[in-house]
Design a protein around this ligand. Structure first.
Ligand code: ATP
Ligand code: MG
Length: 413
C-alpha cells in the first residue's frame, strides 16, 4: 500500500488507539526514528528479536520476533498505521508482506535494490542517464567463468560480497588475478563484485527525503572520513566540499531516488576522485534506504533532522527543505573508547571505563548522543558526538579538544 492519507500525530484511530508508526529493526537508527516520532506525538512500534535493542527499550510497543516471523509481522501490522525500516538487510519479503496490509516506505523493491551491490550498481547506471553519476568500473563475479573473464583494467581492485557487507566487512583488496581468485575463495565463493580501486581524494554523502507525491528535498553535502572501513568523522559546512561537485551530488541523489519511485529518507555515498586532467570528478559508491550515520549531524545543526524527515515522509506530512543553521562536525563513538579512555588501553577482558563525558560536555557546542547499548565492544557503534558553533573554526576547536579528551586521532588539517 502507498500512503495517500496523511497520518496526523496524536490523532485517535477510532478504537482509542493513537496513530502509531512502526519500524523494522531496533538498532540506533530505529531508536532515533522512535525519538523523533515520539517528540511529534506519534506512538511507536518496533520489531526486533533482541530484548535489549536500543529502539525496543524506548518504544511504546516492542515485538520480539524474527524479521520473517509471520506472527510478529502480523502484530506489527496490527499495531502500526505505517511502517518503515532502519536497516537494509531486512528480508524484502517481510516488507512486501507488511505492505499488503499497511503503507510501507521505502517499498520492498527499493530496499531489495540496495541489498545487493550488483542490482544497486545497475540502478546507478540506469540513473546516470537522468542526472545521476556512474559507479566505479566493476564486474560481477558469481561463477568461475566470470572470475576468469574479469578484465585486467579492474586491477588493482576491491572484491566485495554482493550482499550483507557493512563497515568495510566482506571486502578484500586485490592486486593480481591470483590474489583475486584467493580472495573469492576466502569470501566463500559467494556472489561478489570486483570494483576498480579508485584514486580517492575525499568521500561525501547526500541525504534526500522524498514523499509519496514525488516531492524531494536535499540536505547539504556531508564530507566523511573513515578509519578502518568505519565512518569516523562527518563535517558539514560551506567549505567542506567544492560547491560545483556538491550541487552535482545533490542532483544525482535526487535522480537516483526518483528513478525508483523512492519514498522516505535515502542516503547515497560518493567518492571524489581525480579526473585525470587536474580536476575532480564524482563516482557513486553505494546507498542506504534509510537515515545514515553521516546524517546524524542534522539532529543538532538542521531545523529538520534526518529522523524527523523520515517521520514526515512516512506519515505523509509536508517535507520542507531542511535548513542547516550551524556548521557541524560529528564524531562517531565506538566501543573502543570504553577500553581506551585517556589513552590508557585496557584489555577487552578488563572492565570497560566510561569515557570522560563531563569534560567533553563542558566544550562549547558539544551534544552527546548515546544509544543505550548495554555493553561496549571494540568496533561497536555506541553513540556519536555532534559539535555545532557560530563558525567552522569554533566547531573544529571544540572537536579537536573532544578528540584529545577521548584519545582519538586528531583532525586532518
Ligand atoms: P558502509 O556500509 O559502512 O558504508 P561498506 O562495508 O558497505 O560500508 P563501502 O562503502 O563499499 O563498504 O566501502 C568502505 C570504504 O572503503 C569506502 O568508504 C572507501 O573508503 C573504501 N572503498 C570502497 N570501495 C572503493 C573503491 N572502489 N576504491 C577506493 N576505495 C574504496
Ligand atoms: Mg559505505
Amino acid at each position: 500500500m502507498t500512503n495517500s492519507r496523511v497520518l496526523l500525530p496524536g490523532a485517535d484511530v477510532g478504537d482509542g488507539r493513537p496513530v502509531t508508526l512502526g519500524v523494522m529493526g531496533g538498532g540506533q537508527l530505529g531508536r532515533m526514528f522512535v525519538q523523533a516520532a515520539q517528540a511529534m506525538g506519534f506512538a511507536t512500534a518496533v520489531l526486533d528479536p533482541d530484548a535489549d535493542s536500543p529502539a525496543g527499550l524506548i518504544s511504546h510497543h516492542h515485538i520480539r520476533s524474527a524479521y520473517d516471523d509471520p506472527a510478529g509481522l502480523a502484530e506489527l501490522a496490527r499495531l502500526s498505521d505505517a511502517i518503515t525500516t532502519e536497516f537494509e538487510n531486512v528480508p524484502a519479503q517481510a516488507l512486501a508482506t507488511l505492505a499488503a496490509q499497511r503503507p510501507v516506505a521505502p517499498a520492498a523493491d527499493c530496499v531489495a535494490i540496495a541489498q545487493d551491490r550488483l542490482t544497486e550498481k545497475a540502478h546507478f547506471v540506469r540513473s546516470a542517464s537522468t542526472g545521476g553519476v556512474m559507479p566505479a568500473p566493476h564486474a560481477g563475479i558469481e561463477n568461475a567463468a566470470q572470475l576468469a573473464a574479469v578484465p585486467d583494467e579492474l586491477l588493482p581492485g576491491i572484491l566485495k560480497t554482493a550482499r550483507m557487507g557493512y563497515d568495510g566487512k566482506g571486502q578484500v583488496r586485490v592486486k593480481t588475478r591470483t590474489e583475486l581468485a584467493d580472495a573469492w575463495g576466502q569470501l566463500g565463493q559467494v556472489p561478489c563484485v570486483l570494483e576498480k580501486l579508485m584514486p580517492l581524494r575525499a568521500e561525501c554523502s547526500v541525504l534526500v527525503a522524498r514523499g509519496a507525491d514525488g516531492q524531494c528535498v536535499s540536505y547539504p553535502v556531508q564530507k566523511n572520513t573513515h578509519h578502518d572501513g568505519i565512518l569516523a568523522i562527518t563535517e558539514v559546512h560551506d567549505n567542506a566540499i567544492d560547491p560545483t561537485l556538491a550541487r552535482r551530488a545533490q542532483a544525482a541523489t535526487q535522480a537516483i531516488a526518483a528513478q525508483m519511485g523512492y519514498v522516505g529518507v535515502l542516503c547515497v555515498e560518493y567518492f571524489i576522485v581525480d579526473d585525470g586532467q587536474g580536476g575532480l570528478d564524482l563516482v557513486v559508491n553505494e546507498m542506504a534506504p534509510r537515515p545514515h550515520n553521516s546524517g546524524h549531524y542534522t539532529q543538532n545543526a538542521c531545523d529538520i533532522s534526518q529522523f524527523e524527515a523520515q517521520v514526515r515522509a512516512l506519515s505523509g506530512l509536508p517535507l520542507r527543505k531542511p535548513v542547516q543553521h550551524s556548521p557541524a562536525l560529528m564524531i562517531n563513538l565506538l566501543g573502543d573508547l570504553w577500553f581506551d579512555a585517556n589513552g590508557v588501553r585496557a584489555q577487552s577482558s578488563e572492565q570497560p571505563v566510561t569515557p570522560p563525558w563531563a569534560e567533553v560536555l563542558a566544550l562549547p557546542g558539544a551534544h552527546l548522543h548515546l544509544y543505550g547499548k548495554r555493553s561496549a565492544r571494540h568496533g561497536r557503534k555506541m553513540g556519536h558526538l555532534n559539535i555545532t558553533g557560530a563558525n567552522i573554526a569554533a566547531v573544529r576547536d571544540s572537536a579537536a579538544r573532544a578528540l584529545a579528551l577521548l584519545g582519538l586521532p586528531a583532525l586532518d588539517a
